[in-house]
Write a protein that binds this ligand. Sequence first.
Ligand code: 5GP
Length: 214
Amino acid sequence: MTIGRIERRGLMLVLSSPSGAGKTTISRRLLALDDNLAISVSATTRPPRPAERDGVDYFFVSEEEFGRLAAEGALLEHAKVFDHYYGTPAGPVQEALAAGRDILFDIDWQGTQQLAQKARDDLVSVFILPPSKAALKERLLKRAQDSEEVVARRMAKASDEISHWAEYDYVVINEDVDFCLSQVRAILDAERLKRHRQTGLVDFVRELREEPVP
Ligand code: 5GP
């Protein structure tokens, strides 16, 4: 992509949060607002939920297929989350980055750590926190009509995920969805302008400074 006329390298924007912090809403709205951002579709061994489509929400694969992808090195990162395996197919990410497109990842802290090891310079990680414990519990309760016990288990999982907040580049609190979205967009805008991502700057500046040939 070019900013004005400047070529730049794409970046990898990771959004992580405990479930119930509003991450899905933020990602959907961010994607709808930004033409240069595409979502990375993960592979998973989890069975599809009723509204989910193969190849759109996830690539739903068997454990055998997942193991094969991991062994072939076709996954940029992978992890076991709750009871299932999840992983990021490497090919689409590498193509997008090289073409200057940015990619959004909805992955957990384990995946974020692996991406940081492999591609620190391309990574921008954002952790979304709920505004309070009460709000988190309310959102988890609203999500499904589960028993107190199920909600308590989810709260414990959320607490575990939250403990990784300090590993992220940015932390935003989702008190108001519109405001939170504007903060994530501000992060993305500023990160796109980072000098090391603007690969066309050297030529651009050379041209600015060149004396005209007589
Ligand atoms: P869900 O099953 O509710 O769609 O996702 C469960 C969790 O897995 C979420 O926290 C989500 O961010 C995480 N997740 C989804 N895809 C990936 C992936 O490719 N890699 C990793 N490490 N986590 C993922």
